[in-house]
Ligand binder design. Sequence first.
Ligand code: TPP
Ligand code: MG
Length: 325
Amino acid sequence: MKKSTQLLKKYYKQMLFVRRFEEKCVELYAQEHIRGFLHLYIGQEAIAVGVMDALTPDDSVLTTYRDHGQALVRGVSPNAVMAELYGKLEGCSRGRGGSMHLFDAATRFYGGSAIVGAGLPLAVGIALADKMKKQNNVTVCFFGDGAVAEGEFHESLNLAALWNLPILFVCENNLYGMGTALELSESQTDLVKKAASYKITSSKVDGMRVLDVAKAAKAAVAEIKKGNGPFFLECLAYRFRGHSMFDDELYRDKKEVDEWKKKDPITLFTNELKKMKALEELDLQEIEEEVSSIIDEAVLFAQNGTLEPIEDLKKFIYATEAEDE
Ligand SMILES: Cc1ncc(C[n+]2csc(CCOP(=O)(O)OP(=O)(O)O)c2C)c(N)n1
Ligand SMILES: [Mg+2]
């Protein structure tokens, strides 16, 4: 298989994997194996896949509570992610974080956070550390359109620009923050203008098209690694499901959802593969089976995992106790 076809296969497989993993999560949630909050990334897969391909293992990643896609594509073990969703000790956050707080230092995946905008100042800190240590790494911070209303967003962009930090800000603009449409919460809905006001270079990309996202992210990371400071990439997208598992979606028209579903990133990419005549070389059924067996294994791993014993309840409350471990 040609190298270029291998890359296309990787994109397809990663997007499908995230999609199927989360569809499985929906089932497991209904069966109450997964509890608590669960925010799905379905519809936005092309963004995680396209951006992550521009990174090296030394780069850092931060994101929001809608974090399964980024964690899986970054390379956090699917077993550890599923075990985390089950609240098991073998989870990537020892079962204490759950869906919104996936974390894995080995892949420099610094979370998942429940607080809107919370990843932004952390990203500034990590990028500042990289810069002070003269390490030519990039920190990628994913956040939603809702985060631009937060003070932390403005403080973070200002400092990143002022200190010329190596950060890629990836705004996943899916047009809604919970049940509030962007135009109801922002006077300026052209989000790249906000970055421009901090003198941060920016671009906008169709977040439903993985090849476009990959190209834009690669160009942005190259600029950052040349020492040109932060970059703001707005990815226009849409979440196909509700905000979380509990959402009656009264704030948006079903027709609008159906229109966006025609732009499903996996369907769009399959059509592109057809056009590029790459589809003949790819066995989609085989990829589907590969993905399915990884997910089955993850579910089994999580089911067989351990619930933290009650005597460990107070562990990790204070930093000193964590150090004793
Ligand atoms: C500081 C803060 N304010 C409010 C909330 C409640 N909240 C949870 S998700 C959310 C919407 C965020 O929307 P967006 O950033 O667009 O991300 P999306 O859910 O669309 O991915 C809000 C307001 C919160 N978690 N943190
Ligand atoms: Mg949003």
